[in-house]
Ligand binder design. Structure first.
Ligand code: F6R
Ligand code: MG
Ligand code: MG
Length: 389
């Protein structure tokens, strides 16, 4: 049985114009680089895809996940692309390459990475989802619907191969920890975590009976890594489909609801996730709304057959219309929450600076609780929190 690894590495190495799209010369450069890696036998096959201002290198090979050689060639491709982006003075040239030199593994360096090693089945359909102007937690909702909600995926009920359910690796991105929870019996626990999309993100999903890998997501929180805003960590997700897994149509269906995700303008706003065709994946209204494309492939002995543009389907017209209506509605809030993200989730904020400027102008309220009362209240709450731990 052939073992194949599918690796998707994604980065913003310069926008055209601003943060709205990618320049064709960057695609040409990346294709040249990956063709030479293919000619040398380092990778079996590749496609260069893009969504908004992010380029995605989709590669197949036999080197397994976390291969230093594969990650390095992805990194080097982005470095070469950055040279072109700098010549054209594209916007934010090289913005996702956080480190000066490559040090072994692309995870934690800036580019997002999703990869899966698997034994090829008789037929191997996959969808690679790529999103722009949002973060990895944006996958939580659709991935849960695909693998744990029978109202989305009737196969969970009527295909005996799925009846045993799926297990979810959920990462706490702030504390760098992972927990594995089982659907359906732990689905309330799963939802308790993954509903908090800025902290908990689904990393992998496996079929429980045989531990078959079915889904994997990039979980790189670029802003956390950089310690300051550098670029929103626009995520990638790989989903394996059919024959005892959710069917292609069950995998795409969750995107018919344009759920609200964090990101959009300045990585600081909530907006609807719009499923779109490759041609429509360039967000230019208020740098959005956030976009997702679906690139469908069959994999044959490591070769990529595709992509098929999965959202280039009038079946998603209502979702796009709804996304535009929701975008209008959310935009009417201007700088107010919940359109604007809460202060701790904004990628940009002047609030600390303003706080400093007006510090002396805050007056104690004579009729409300004193600062001491509030401090006591906080101390009491902290004791209660400790008791719960
Ligand atoms: C969001 C994004 C854009 C920029 C915005 C301002 O992920 O990339 O919305 O935040 O265009 O960009 P700067 O600060 O570079 O002018
Ligand atoms: Mg950008
Ligand atoms: Mg982007």
């Amino acid at each position: 049985m052939t073992k194949t690894t599918l690796t998707v590495i994604k980065a913003d190495i310069g926008g055209f114009v601003g943060h709205s799209a990618i320049h064709p010369d960057l695609i040409v450069k990346a294709e040249e680089e990956l063709q030479s890696s293919k000619d040398k036998g380092q990778i079996k096959d590749f496609r260069v895809l893009w969504v908004g201002d992010d380029m995605a290198l989709v590669m197949t090979h036999d080197k397994g996940t976390n291969s230093k050689e594969i990650h390095k060639l992805g990194w080097d491709t982005f470095v070469e692309g950055t040279k072109v982006a700098k010549e054209l003075k594209l916007y934010g040239a090289g913005q996702d390459l956080l480190s000066e030199g490559f040090s072994g593994n692309i995870k934690g360096m800036g580019p997002g990475c999703a990869e899966m090693e698997f034994e090829e089945r008789t037929s191997e359909p996959f969808i690679v989802f790529l999103a722009d102007k949002t973060s990895p937690g944006a996958w939580n909702f659709p991935a849960y619907k695909m693998f744990a909600d029978p109202f989305n995926t009737p196969g969970l009920v009527i295909d005996e191969n799925m009846h045993g359910g799926f297990e979810f690796d959920i990462m706490d991105v702030k504390n760098n920890k992972t927990i594995t929870l089982k659907a359906p019996e732990e689905s309330y626990k799963i939802l308790a975590f993954i509903g908090a999309v800025e902290t908990y993100v689904i990393k992998n999903i496996r079929r429980r009976g045989d531990k078959m890998p079915c889904a994997t997501m990039s979980t790189d929180k670029l802003s956390l890594l950089a310690g300051k805003y550098i670029g929103k960590d626009d995520p990638a997700m790989i989903i394996r489909c059919q024959s005892g897994l959710p069917a292609v149509g069950e995998v795409t269906n969750p995107f018919a609801f344009p759920h609200l995700v964090p990101g959009w303008m300045r990585g600081s706003h909530t907006g609807p996730m719009m499923p779109c065709s490759f041609a429509d994946s360039n967000p230019s209204r208020f740098d959005g709304p956030p976009r997702v494309i679906g690139a469908g492939f069959q994999i044959a002995e490591g070769m990529l057959v595709g992509p098929r543009d999965m959202f280039n389907d009038p079946g998603f017209d209502n979702a796009r219309q709804k996304a535009n209506d929701v975008a209008d509605y959310m935009r009417m809030h201007g700088p107010f929450e919940p359109h604007r993200l809460p202060p701790d989730q904004m990628e940009y904020t002047t609030l600390p600076k303003i706080q400093k400027e007006v510090k002396e102008r805050w007056m104690e309220n004579s009729d409300g609780p004193s600062t001491k009362d509030l401090a006591d209240q906080h101390a009491y709450q902290a004791t209660k929190d400790d008791e719960l731990e």
